[in-house]
Structure formats: structure tokens, C-alpha cells
Design a protein around this ligand. Structure first.
Ligand code: HEC
Ligand code: HEC
Length: 138
């Protein structure tokens, strides 16, 4: 199995969603590198194309961090994210947080408030605390 496909499976994405490209696109590779350095590389299908566009347009003020990229890398990553983005209201949030989308809230509705504030979790954005490093959604 190609390494890219394996990585996508570990992220809980089906190859049909993003990994059928051979070889993996420059956008995919950049996304892994740049967007996986501070947190897990949040999968494209979990947010709408409009939300990715806004997020990639504001990387200088990225949730209190500076995650700015040069223009070419930004475009490569944005193209990749939009190509495999989720569609519809349930993958959209004005905060640009996956963890605020209707989809996320529904999937996690059984989780008690105290789980989110557990010192080992701290933030709903900290997917890997509960899902492991490479098994988002699987
Ligand atoms: C310099 C570190 C850094 C880099 C690089 C970075 N981020 Fe982030 N990102 C953060 C921080 C900090 C948060 C807020 C985490 C929290 O609230 O616990 C965040 C949150 C997010 C969220 C919202 C998570 C949620 O709650 O659903 C998304 C989506 C996101 N980042 C996407 C990206 C993408 C796409 C890239 C690559 C272009 C990227 N990040 C690169 C630091 C970074
Ligand atoms: C406090 C722990 C916790 C955090 C943090 C968390 N999740 Fe979950 N997540 C769960 C649990 C538990 C379930 C199963 C809920 C159920 O079946 O009722 C779940 C379900 C899911 C599912 C549905 C498929 C499955 O595995 O059951 C996906 C996809 C998912 N989470 C992705 C994410 C993403 C992406 C993030 C970060 C933005 C995240 N989760 C953060 C605990 C967490």
C-alpha cells in the first residue's frame, strides 16, 4: 500500500476521499507538514470550502497563533483542502472550528461536560487526546 493511502486511513479518511492521487499532490504533502506541526492535521472533509478559505486567509491570527505561510504554499494547501472539503451546513462554523460544527456536536453529544475539561484533554480541539495520534475518526 502506498504510504499516502496508509496515512489517510490512519486519519480516518477513506482513500476515495483524498488518497487516490498517485503520487500525492504537493498540496497534500504541504498540508501534512505545515498543518500537522502544532496539532493533528485536521482532515479536509470536516470543514466547508468557505471555512477553509477564511481560515487560510487569516493564518497570521490563527486562534492566537501565527501560522503564516508563503503565498505559494498557502495556495497549494488551500486547493487541497477545498477539493476534499465537506459540504453543507453541518460542516460549517463561523468560528472556523471543526469542534463548533453541527456535525462535531452531534457526533460528540454523548460526551459529558467534565470530559472536555479533563486536564488530559483541556480543549475539544485536542482530538488526539481521545482518538490517538493517527486515528482520527476511526
Ligand atoms: C504555530 C502553530 C499552528 C500551526 C502551524 C497551525 N495551527 Fe491550527 N491551530 C493552532 C492553535 C493554537 C489552535 C487552537 C487550538 C485550541 O483551541 O485548543 C489551532 C486550531 C485550528 C483549527 C480549529 C480546531 C477546532 O477546534 O476545531 C483548525 C481547523 C486549524 N487549526 C487548522 C490549521 C491548518 C489548516 C493549518 C495549516 C495551514 C494549521 N492549523 C496550522 C496552531 C497552529
Ligand atoms: C473528550 C474526548 C474527545 C475529543 C477531545 C474529541 N473526540 Fe471525537 N469522539 C469521542 C468519542 C467518545 C466519540 C464516540 C461518541 C459516541 O459514539 O457517542 C467520538 C466520535 C468521533 C467521530 C465519529 C466516529 C467515531 O470515531 O466514533 C469522529 C469522526 C470524531 N470523534 C472526530 C473528532 C475530531 C476531529 C476531534 C477534534 C477536533 C475530536 N473528535 C475530539 C471523543 C473525543
Amino acid at each position: 500500500m502506498k504510504r499516502a493511502v496508509l496515512l489517510l486511513l490512519m486519519l480516518g479518511m477513506s482513500p476515495a476521499q483524498a488518497g487516490t492521487e498517485k503520487p500525492p499532490s504537493a498540496g497534500y504533502v504541504k498540508w501534512q507538514e505545515e498543518c500537522g506541526s502544532c496539532h493533528v492535521a485536521y482532515p479536509p472533509h470536516m470543514l466547508s470550502p468557505e471555512n477553509w478559505q477564511s481560515l487560510m486567509g487569516g493564518l497570521d491570527k490563527h486562534f492566537g497563533s501565527n501560522a503564516v505561510l508563503d503565498t505559494r504554499d498557502n495556495k497549494k494547501i488551500l486547493d487541497f483542502l477545498k477539493r476534499f472539503a465537506g459540504s453543507g451546513e453541518k460542516y460549517a462554523a463561523s468560528s472556523l472550528r471543526i469542534s463548533d460544527t453541527p456535525w462535531f456536536r452531534r457526533e460528540h453529544r454523548s460526551i459529558a461536560a467534565k470530559e472536555w475539561t479533563n486536564p488530559d484533554v483541556r480543549s475539544r480541539s485536542n482530538c488526539s487526546a481521545c482518538h490517538g495520534k493517527n486515528v482520527l475518526g476511526s
